[in-house]
Design a binder for this molecule. Structure first.
Ligand SMILES: [Ca+2]
Ligand SMILES: [Ca+2]
Length: 164
């Protein structure tokens, strides 16, 4: 008897009223137009398409996944190794111009130098959740980069260190 009801579906959407046997739910499910679910999909999509709020300071130059991997690799205090770090984030392979751009990001007060206090927060320049370097790491980093011994890292020193 259901097959006949389906056959005449064009004239009546629901035959529940005619036969009291099937529960109303079954009928309403069948009558549910599939377009209802489709119309909700675009809303969900637009949410996912919204641009990321946290734009990385080094975004556009370095790959965010590489940066994350590098930060994870040196998550433990006193494990930081600038040579490995620069290689892991892909900075070592970048042009001098790109390295300069990163330098500008790290030189937070635009003094033209990365001072010791800026160096301490250097990982935050790569990712917001980057940890602070320990004093030991900061000093070792500075010592490795500061070739002229003025206590701060100039852009040429930074490039040389990255390419080292
Ligand atoms: Ca500075
Ligand atoms: Ca220097």
């Amino acid at each position: 008897m259901f097959s006949t009801a389906r056959g005449s579906g064009a004239t009546s959407q629901c035959d529940c009223g005619l036969s009291s046997m099937p529960p109303p739910e079954a009928c309403s499910l069948a009558a549910l137009p599939p377009t209802t679910e489709d119309s909700e999909a675009p809303g969900t999509l637009s949410l996912e398409l919204s641009p990321p709020k946290a734009k990385m300071a080094t975004g556009g130059i370095l790959n965010a996944d590489d940066v994350k991997k590098a930060l994870d690799a040196f998550a433990v205090a006193d494990s930081f190794d600038h040579k490995k770090f620069f290689a892991m984030v892909g900075l070592k392979a970048k042009s001098s111009d790109d390295v300069k751009k990163i330098f500008t990001v790290l030189d937070a007060d635009n003094s033209g130098f990365i001072e010791e206090e800026e160096l301490k927060f250097v990982l935050k320049g790569f990712a917001k959740d980057g940890r602070d370097l320990t004093d030991k790491e900061t000093k070792a980093f500075l010592k490795a980069a500061d070739k002229d011994g003025d206590g701060k890292i100039g852009v040429e020193e930074f490039i040389a260190l990255v390419k080292e």
